[in-house]
Design a protein around this ligand. Structure first.
Ligand code: NAI
Length: 689
């Protein structure tokens, strides 16, 4: 029961005739091996002590148990495992009460479900979020929760990995009582009210299911869970509850949990879990940040309005600067509609929306910039416009204000120079829609002051974003890697594949959308303009596919013009294959002297991903990104890379070495002379099994 510093992670105390079992394993009281050992010992002690009539499980420091210790999940779990602790509580003839503060999640809530009663503070949250890690609950969650709340609600909550607050939990029956006063005092009273009765959840009846409602909830869960195996298994496990003897249901659940735990998908999701934690503790964050209460956003268009909304929701006061009175109104409407959509979906309360909007000012008055602690620029992607804005910021912003640009491709150093105080400038590259997407690339140019970088990172964190540090180089991390992937897909167009075939292959792999559907959605003209601007920097002999340029020359800018790689009846309708595009591509190949050939789905996927991985390797070798796991987060959170594959470098790491080497060789042949075969292969194949 002792920790590394000889501290007890589980202590048994006495209060009259009650054993108080205190879990003390900061920061989240994770159910580690040591905690499980301690719990087992303490529960046995309560059970066998004739002077004790029951027990209370409670966490030290206002935290019950926010989950299992995920670090243990990558290897065989050591005994005692959680089901043994739970069995010990259930098999005891003395009642136990879970006194929940903070969070009882995953294994923590399963532990609470083993008890005869659950009492929680009003701030507490409970739930079974295992599916977010590619698992199903493995210590009885799928076999006990449906007995309290019915199969329909259990499927809904388990498949979504929902965290349920105490007010809702009491309505549903997930907890029995809310403690208005001291938690332990009320838990003691609750236990005493129970008397000597055991109220084992496992013995209670499952409420009757309504077949239609059950079907509906399953359909929704499968759809939003993208039909992943753990979602299907979670549903199957809940459906078994009540139809099998409890012991059998529990054994099947455990077996499935163990299988999933060691599987590829759960391993990938754990990798991302740790990657995110690492990113949120980036060394750059250790630096003292400047306090930011007022944020000015220059430009209230698509991005500026979203950024403004994100900052309001993060508790900041926001001043949006626009260029005309009409643009002011449009920007205000955009921000308002972000919150209105949330209100309509019951994701935001009306008073909260009012509170946010009361902190918003939209103006054409430049001098208001002087109020801001941080300024985020989101005007047109044009170096001249951006330089003018930063010259203005240099004159008007407070001396210690942090100046940030949302540029996608321009040089942050060049923008910074225009301000006359380059050390105060960094990039803060949001993704669209900025109020939703969690990724933010924070860009340091060679003179960005460390505390300016830290301030941008903290600001992103305050807005619940995942900030990833990038060096100031063309396309930063994400756009650069994505461009290399898209280029590879264009090569395949020229060699014989068609857009729909490539999109289907990559969507089947798990991308939310294929590259050509994405291009149509974001507008082909944006990349076209960028290619025109950077044409001079293309290396001699570099392979260049003009198909997207030809589409643009025909006015086919994508969805917004009703046609791009696909044809669209209207802005919202799905894209349709267009013979004109097929003809254009075939003609293009012929003119380029290519003999078009058939592509297998697997070849499309391997080539597209290997191109992405190669560029990622270069990004690492050039020091643009801090770590491979940062790159994985960028692709997952900004570019629709499938989560269950763990990100591009995690994917590459898990390819058989010979296969990846072979794909890289073939890739080199397709890329033209500039492709740095040696460094890429060395980086990607190093440390491969
Ligand atoms: P947008 O065209 O929707 O908005 C630009 C806004 O800036 C307009 O409302 C315009 O009135 C305003 N503006 C222009 N000059 C101004 C000035 N001197 N003072 C005040 N306001 C001014 O453009 P969008 O899409 O919001 O892009 C803005 C920036 O964000 C660009 O640098 C773009 O590259 C970047 N970005 C865009 C993404 C996207 O998906 N749209 C994603 C990530 C970054």
């Amino acid at each position: 029961m002792t920790g590394p510093a000889d501290r007890k992670v589980v202590a048994l105390k006495r209060r009259d005739k009650v054993g108080i079992i205190v879990i003390d394993n900061p920061p989240i009281n994770a159910g580690s091996l040591e905690v499980r050992r301690g719990l087992l010992e303490a529960v046995r002690a309560v059970h066998s002590d004739p002077t004790l009539s029951g027990g209370i499980l409670i966490g030290a420091d206002k935290m019950f148990m926010a989950g299992s210790d995920i670090r243990e999940f990558g290897a065989p779990l050591e005994d005692p495992q959680l089901p043994s602790v739970i069995a010990e509580i259930e098999e005891s003839d003395k009642p136990f009460v879970a006194a929940i503060a903070g969070a009882a999640l995953g294994g923590g809530y399963e532990l609470a479900l083993a008890c005869d009663g659950r009492i929680a503070t009003i701030e507490a949250v409970v739930g079974l979020p295992e599916t977010t890690l590619g698992l199903i609950p493995g210590a009885g969650g799928t076999q006990r929760l449906p007995r309290l709340i019915g199969r329909e609600k259990a499927i809904e909550l388990i498949c979504a990995g929902s965290r349920v607050n105490a007010a809702e939990a009491i309505n549903l029956g997930m907890i029995d009582k809310v403690a208005r006063d001291d938690l332990l005092t009320e838990a003691l009273k609750f236990l005493s009210d129970l008397g000597s009765t055991k109220r084992r959840v496992a013995n209670s009846q499952v409420p009757e299911s309504d077949p239609a409602a059950l079907r509906k909830v399953k359909t929704v869960a499968l759809k939003s869970g993208r039909n992943r195996p753990h979602i299907r298994e979670a549903i199957a496990a809940v459906e078994r509850c009540g139809h099998l003897p409890a012991r059998e249901g529990l054994a099947m659940e455990r077996a499935e949990f163990q299988k999933l735990r060691m599987g590829k998908e759960a391993t990938a999701l754990r990798h991302l879990f740790f990657a995110e934690r690492k990113a949120l503790k980036a060394p750059e964050l250790a630096m003292m940040a400047r306090p930011v209460q007022i944020v000015a956003v220059v430009g209230g268009g698509t991005m500026g309005a979203g950024i403004g909304a994100a900052m309001l929701a993060a508790g900041k006061s926001v001043i949006i600067l626009e260029s005309t009175a009409e643009a002011v109104e449009a920007a205000r409407d955009r921000v308002r509609s972000v919150f209105q959509r949330r209100l309509d979906r019951a994701r935001l309360a009306a008073d909260k929306m009012q509170q946010y909007l009361s902190r918003l000012e939209v103006t054409t008055r430049d001098d208001r910039i002087g109020e801001a602690d941080a300024v985020i620029e989101a005007v047109y992607e044009d170096i001249g416009v951006k330089r003018d804005v930063f010259a203005l910021l240099g004159r008007l912003a407070k001396p210690d204000a942090v100046l940030l640009t949302n540029t996608s491709y321009l040089s942050v150093a060049e923008i910074a120079a225009a301000s006359g105080r380059p050390e105060s400038v960094a990039g803060m590259h949001f993704f669209s829609p900025a109020e939703v997407m969690r990724l933010v690339e924070v860009i340091r140019h060679s003179n960005t002051a460390p505390d300016v970088l830290a301030t941008a990172l903290h600001l992103a964190k305050a807005a619940n974003k995942i900030p990833i540090v990038s060096k100031d180089s063309f396309g930063f991390i994400g756009n650069r890697i994505y461009a290399s992937y898209r280029r590879q897909c264009e090569y395949m167009l020229e060699e014989g594949a068609l857009p729909q075939q490539i999109d289907n292959a990559l969507e089947e792999f798990g991308f939310a959308m294929g590259p050509f559907a994405v291009a149509d959605m974001s507008g082909l003209d944006v990349a076209w303009r960028m290619r025109q601007a950077t044409a001079a920097s293309r290396g001699p002999g570099e392979r260049y596919i003009r198909i997207p340029d030809l589409l643009c020359e025909m006015g086919r800018f994508g969805r917004k013009t009703g046609a791009g790689y696909y044809r669209y009846k209207d802005a919202g309708s799905p894209g349709q294959v267009d013979e004109a595009v097929t003809d254009l591509i075939i003609r293009y190949s012929n003119e380029a002297g290519r003999i078009r050939r058939h592509f297998h789905t697997s070849e499309i996927v391997e080539r597209a991903l290997a191109a992405m991985a190669s560029e990622a390797a270069l990004v690492i070798s050039e020091g643009v990104a801090n770590s491979p796991s940062d790159i994985d987060l960028v692709l997952i959170h900004g570019y629709g890379f499938p989560k269950h594959e763990g990100g591009i470098l995690f994917w590459a790491q898990n390819q058989p070495k010979a296969q990846l080497a072979d794909t890289l060789d073939r890739l080199a042949e397709t890329q033209g002379p500039h492709f740095p075969v040696g460094p890429v292969s060395a980086l990607l194949l190093a440390g491969h099994p």
